[in-house]
Design a protein around this ligand. Structure first.
Ligand SMILES: Nc1ncnc2c1ncn2[C@@H]1O[C@H](COP(=O)(O)OP(=O)(O)O)[C@@H](O)[C@H]1O
Ligand SMILES: [Mg+2]
Length: 427
């Protein structure tokens, strides 16, 4: 049974106490603001819903502001302007990181405007992409005394409790160790449990649950796919390359493998770390937060891209992780068919740019490409930057991927490496 004292949430006693504190303060006629932050799947929405349910049971008025519907915030303002309601009210804000500028401004002003009324706020935001507007909103509110909580990993005991509850049986050591790969992320844990059930990978007898097969689970992979889709292309690309590296690794090693200067990775790296998928260790090296995430992300990378990366790693003393135990099972489904947009962009490349793109996509370094076509490495990187810009991509891995997709779709007219077009010599 869920513990009634924690809003049905496992391992979130402190956070739930803060939530109840907010509701008490509303009931006592005082407004207050609770700020909740966390990575994908840490239980932000769940906490918000639990707060709303409890508030509704206590007879509060509840209103939710969805930041993809900017009109919501106006409705709330209008409600108070017209009726000047004295009813205890809980206003929740979901996904604050997606709010546009005017909604952020309203979220800054409204609670202040409603001071003196029994109105409390819970604002929730996903950490990840650089997000100065809600940084400002959250910093301002905490400076004004709002309670700010960050949802971290669940404690191990809570993970075991959630498993026991879902399986209706005590998990064995193999199951517990598989679940530890979620790094205490409840969203991932729920996907893992659903996957185990769906793929009938658990046997249950006399109150004990035994793991039958530890194949990476389709539902976990789907969850990871949807998480990566919410990141910028450069951050998800960075994660894909990181997933192939031996952990822990440094930002320099990563940059070397991606083929750019470490400084160019800063924004994507901050996003990947902010999303909670990558963690920075004490000595500033990095690794994946969750083993299951690393495995599933690595599986997204087509074998041909891996081969390119292996070649690049060999030349640059970067370390790639041991190959995964099984061959990637679903590569074909990960390969995106080149869109018309990519094709249009490809057509806009000049002959020189196309030649450089083909060679680089085949795994040659800038220097090797330069030697092959008798120009300076500077010229190669000049062309490459234009290729990236025209194709809307940010790395050699993206380029390789596009080239492979085009080849599979029969669109590539790439000359083999041996007969590249000769570029005009430049400075
Ligand atoms: N503390 C918890 N105990 C049990 N289940 C949880 C807990 N936190 C989250 N969950 C479950 O994990 C999944 C992901 O939670 P969700 O609130 O959607 O995460 P977020 O909004 O942070 O992305 C949901 O199925 C949710 O019910
Ligand atoms: Mg959510």
């Amino acid at each position: 049974m869920w513990s009634a004292t924690a809003g049905g949430l496992r391992g979130r006693g402190t956070e739930w106490k803060a939530t109840l504190g907010l509701l008490d303060s509303i009931a006592a006629g005082q407004g207050a603001v609770l700020l909740v932050e966390g990575a994908q799947g840490t239980g932000k929405s769940r906490l918000l819903t639990a707060a709303e349910e409890t508030a509704a049971r206590r007879g509060f008025v509840c209103a939710r502001i969805r930041t993809d519907q900017p009109a919501d915030v106006d409705d709330v303002a209008a409600h108070f302007a017209e009726g000047a309601s004295r009813m205890p009210t809980l206003i929740t804000v979901e996904e604050a990181q997606s709010a546009d500028r005017s909604t952020v401004a309203a979220l800054r002003a409204l609670p202040a405007w409603l001071v003196g009324l029994p109105v409390g706020w819970v604002m929730v935001r996903r950490r990840g992409q650089a997000d100065p507007a809600t940084d400002w909103l959250f910093d301002e509110w905490s400076a004004l005394g709002a309670t700010r909580i960050r949802l971290g990993p669940l404690p191990r005991a809570a993970v075991a409790e959630i498993m026991t509850e879902a399986l209706e049986a005590r998990p064995d050591d193999a199951l517990l160790s598989l679940a530890s790969g979620t790094g205490g992320n409840p969203g991932l844990l729920v996907a893992l449990l659903d996957g185990l059930r769906e793929e009938k990978a658990v046997a249950i007898s006399s109150g004990s649950a035994r793991l039958l097969s530890a194949r990476p689970l389709r539902l976990v992979e789907k969850t990871i796919d949807s998480w990566l889709e919410q990141l910028s292309p450069s951050a998800s690309n960075l994660l894909e390359v990181s997933a192939l590296m031996e952990s822990p690794f440094t930002a320099d090693e990563l940059a070397m493998l991606i083929g750019c200067a470490p400084g160019e990775l800063e924004a994507a790296l901050a996003e990947a770390v902010g999303s909670g998928l990558l963690q920075v260790l004490r000595d500033r090296t990095m690794s994946f937060q969750h083993a299951l995430v690393r495995q599933s992300v690595a599986r997204r990378v087509p074998e041909a891209v891996r081969a390119t990366l292996r070649r690049q790693a060999a030349g640059r003393s970067s370390r790639l992780a041991e190959p995964l135990p099984e061959p990637p099972p679903r590569v074909a489904s990960h390969v995106r068919v080149p869109s018309e947009r990519v094709e249009d962009c490809w057509d806009r490349l000049t002959d020189s740019e196309r030649t450089v793109a083909d060679l680089v996509a085949q795994g040659l370094s800038n220097r090797q490409t330069a030697e092959r076509i008798f120009v300076s490495p500077h010229t190669v990187s000049f062309h490459l930057r234009k290729v990236y810009r025209k194709l809307g991509i940010s790395s050699r891995v993206d380029l390789t991927r596009i080239t492979i997709e085009r080849e599979r779709a029969g669109l590539s007219t790439a000359d083999p490496v041996a007969t590249p077009a000769v570029l005009p010599r430049r400075g």
